[in-house]
Design a protein around this ligand. Structure first.
Ligand SMILES: [Zn+2]
Length: 106
C-alpha cells in the first residue's frame, strides 16, 4: 500500500509506503518516501524521544529537529498520534487514516 503526495515546496510527486517495524523497536511507523526527482528519505516515530524524525540532511543539520518533509505530512516535532492511540491502533490502520486525511484535504 502506498500513498502519492506532493511536496509543497518543489511540487515533486512523492510515493510514501509503510515499512515494517524495525527489530530494535526504537522506530515506529516508518514511512519510506521516494520522490519523482530521486530523493529518498525515511520518516519514522522515535519511540523514546516521542517525536517524528526524518533521515534527510535538512533534518539532521538543524538543532530544532524539523524539515519540510515532516511539515508536508503535518508531523512537525510533535507526537502524532498521541501515545494512547499508538497502543491501540495498528500502524497500517493509522496509515490508512492518514492517507484518507491527506486525500480529503485537497
Ligand atoms: Zn526530511
Amino acid at each position: 500500500m502506498s500513498l502519492q503526495m506532493h511536496d509543497p515546496l518543489t511540487g515533486d510527486s512523492v510515493s510514501v509506503s509503510l515499512m515494517p517495524s524495525d527489530m530494535s523497536k526504537l522506530w515506529y511507523f516508518r514511512l519510506d518516501c521516494k520522490s519523482q526527482s530521486g530523493k529518498h528519505y525515511i520518516i519514522s516515530l522515535a519511540k523514546h524521544q516521542k517525536r517524528w524524525a526524518c533521515s534527510c540532511p535538512g533534518y539532521c543539520r538543524r538543532k530544532i529537529r524539523e524539515c519540510k518533509h515532516l511539515r508536508a505530512l503535518g508531523l512537525q516535532n510533535k507526537l502524532d498520534p498521541p501515545e494512547p492511540i499508538l497502543n491501540v491502533i495498528s500502524p497500517m490502520r493509522w496509515f490508512a487514516i492518514k492517507a484518507l486525511l491527506e486525500t480529503t484535504d485537497v
